[in-house]
Design a protein around this ligand. Sequence first.
Ligand code: A3P
Length: 283
Amino acid sequence: MSHNYDLYEYKSCNFISNIHTTEYLDELTNTEIRDTDVIAITYPKSGTVWMQQILTLIFSNGDPAAVQNKLAVERVPWIEIPTMCFLTQTSPRLAVSHLPYHLIPVGLKKKTGKVIYVYRNPKDVVVSLYHFQNYITLLDTPSSFDEFLQSFLEGKVVYSSWFDHIQNWYTHRNEFNILFLSYEELKLDLRKSVQKICKFLGKELDDENLDTVVKHCTFAIMKVNPMANYENVESKHESGSFLRKGIIGDWKNHFTVAQSEMFDQIVEERLKEFPLKFIWDSN
Ligand code: A3P
């Protein structure tokens, strides 16, 4: 399908033309970061939209109207997309970003603001990204899952290598006020995960408000909320949606045994002695 977007490389990371600009990425590096800024960092397809929902609801004390009347990107924009107005938000600024460690505003590295890094097992990331590219107009349709898997492993996808992303953020974690949290933890115990996030942010919610946050952050409720499900985003076909399956272990429906073994071996080699553990299925 023809479109007006292409990937381009800027400082060793792949961005999307017409969405990201090098001028703005340059400017962002030295932008002022405030103590009250909260930024959720993710590699694509690891729980970004989920964090947009969770952060909005925590900061509105569980008021559902906060996620029903405004698009997720207007409440919690991507810092690296100039049209999304992160810089002009009022405090406390809530935001998300897929930026690799080396392109993040330097102010954050001085422990100003708070960072929540959400990671997901990479087999489910690649499956989710594959479907996303088949769905969304601004990214190329992969010719096959096998071909896409190779591109992912070589970092020839938007935001480049998943391995570099997680490794660099983790290696430099001591420069930030940072909480590492996995997609799978969120999925397996959303309430406990929201409590963990609240504790990190110094926010207190009573039981009733916590219940409302959790309810409006479940997959089922988010999927039918047009403000969370990005129904305004241009897609290649009618079937499908931004929030797709929302499960742990969908990779088992896509990977062959050979692909899975090859992937495991690469994870083993690339993440030798890496302390974060991944949850590959929901059992
Ligand atoms: P799937 O494609 O596996 O369904 P991102 O927001 O970083 O682009 O990540 C999108 C992935 O997170 C999609 O995964 C989406 O369904 C999943 N997701 C979003 N909200 C979720 C929720 N409340 N519960 C579980 N998964 C969710």
